[in-house]
Design a protein around this ligand. Structure first.
Ligand code: IPM
Ligand code: MG
Length: 355
């Protein structure tokens, strides 16, 4: 079993360090880990945010544990050298088309949600976001036009791209509350009309799952009005980017939520994937032992489950995190004073008591 560890920029290295201490505590037999540079850190050391060696290391692994990329020093670089290109490059080069972003309320933390506690308590949803298409990867460019600079990003989706992510969402929904809300903008966009027709086709294979369609503007409103109505949200790259941040805020803190990006490749242990906290590099608090490592630790749990076939260990890590939070070991993002290291310590001591 091989894990590639790409900690990246800002708070990435601090939160990943805690996830690594957790995995050491599990003492998995036959596990090897490799560390690589990515993002602004990689640009500064190697002149590229996604060096060939890093990509190679990721390809050779069974799973990738990823911290965060983003560095204000790199803001003025041409697009291909910006840190964000590293994660986009990994997603496309590794064929990671399915992004799973679960958001569920943590008992006792409802007060940190900007929503009324009774609404926050009811949140238990999964955003299934397509990750290899849409405006993110369509033709883009810029030119001088009559109205000054003019830019474009082409939004496109093919039926085969929609089909495979729809299968991911329906299969995920079968293990949840068996409801898929497909989010699009079919009243305006051609891509969304193809999206909707294709999702309806795929739904025929899953008669036990209820399907509804929602325009993205309405979905954004419904998510704050009554988030408990959502089970599995199936959507494209751009809408999924926006709605998943919104879902995380509804839960209380972006510092708590993990994500998995999966492709089709199966390894000897499970599905190859990349796992990352959904928060970013937070340069304003980097290096100050203030970041919440929970999202990174929960990303590790997702890696154990999906890529290493270690479901029981994943469950143990998740229970250790829940216990830490319910014991009131909270970081600054949740009004507490625990440091990154102290939260890691608490998760590890909980973990050793859980069998
Ligand atoms: C995310 C991030 C990325 C995205 C950025 C860093 C490119 O916002 O993972 O949600 O837009 O996908
Ligand atoms: Mg985002």
């Amino acid at each position: 079993m091989k894990i590639a560890v790409l900690a990246g920029d800002g708070i990435g290295p601090e939160v990943i360090a805690e996830a690594l201490r957790v995995i050491e505590t599990l003492a998995l037999p036959g596990l090897t880990m490799f560390e690589g540079d990515v993002g602004g850190t990689a640009y500064k050391r190697h002149g590229h945010p996604l060096p060939a060696e890093t990509l190679q290391m990721a390809r050779a692994a069974d799973g990738v544990l990823f911290g965060a990329v983003g560095d204000p020093d790199c803001d003025d670089l041409p697009r291909e050298y910006r840190p964000e290109q590293a994660i986009l490059g990994l997603r496309s080069e590794l064929g990671l088309f399915a992004n799973l972003r679960p958001a569920a309320g943590f008992p006792g933390l409802e007060d940190f949600s900007p929503l009324k506690p009774e609404l926050a308590r009811g949140i238990d949803l999964l955003v299934v976001r397509e990750l290899n298409g849409d405006v993110y990867f369509g033709n883009k460019g810029e030119r001088d036009g009559e109205g000054g600079r003019e830019g474009w990003d082409m939004m496109s989706y093919s039926q085969s791209e929609v089909r495979r992510i729809a299968h991911t969402a329906f299969a995920a929904a079968q293990k949840r509350r068996r409801k898929v809300t497909s989010v699009d903008k079919a009243n305006v966009l051609e891509t969304s009309r193809i999206w909707r027709d294709t999702v309806i086709e795929v739904a025929r294979d899953y008669p036990d799952v209820a399907l509804e369609h929602m325009y993205v503007d309405n979905a954004a409103m419904q998510m704050v009005r009554s988030p408990g109505q959502f089970d599995t949200i199936l959507t494209g790259n751009l809408f999924g980017d926006i709605l998943s941040d919104q879902a995380s805020a509804c839960v209380g803190s972006i510092g708590l939520l993990a994500s998995a990006s999966l492709g089709e490749r199966q390894t000897a242990f499970g599905t190859f994937g990349l796992y990352e906290p959904i928060h970013g590099s937070a340069p304003d608090i980097a290096g100050r032992n203030k970041a919440n490592p929970v999202a990174a630790i929960l990303s590790l749990a997702m890696l154990l489950r999906h890529s290493l076939g270690r479901d029981a260990d994943a469950g143990r890590v998740e229970r250790a995190v829940s216990q830490t939070l319910s014991d009131g070991v909270l970081g600054a993002d949740l009004g507490g004073s625990a440091t990154t290291r102290e939260i890691g310590d608490a998760v590890i001591s909980a973990l050793v008591t859980i069998s």
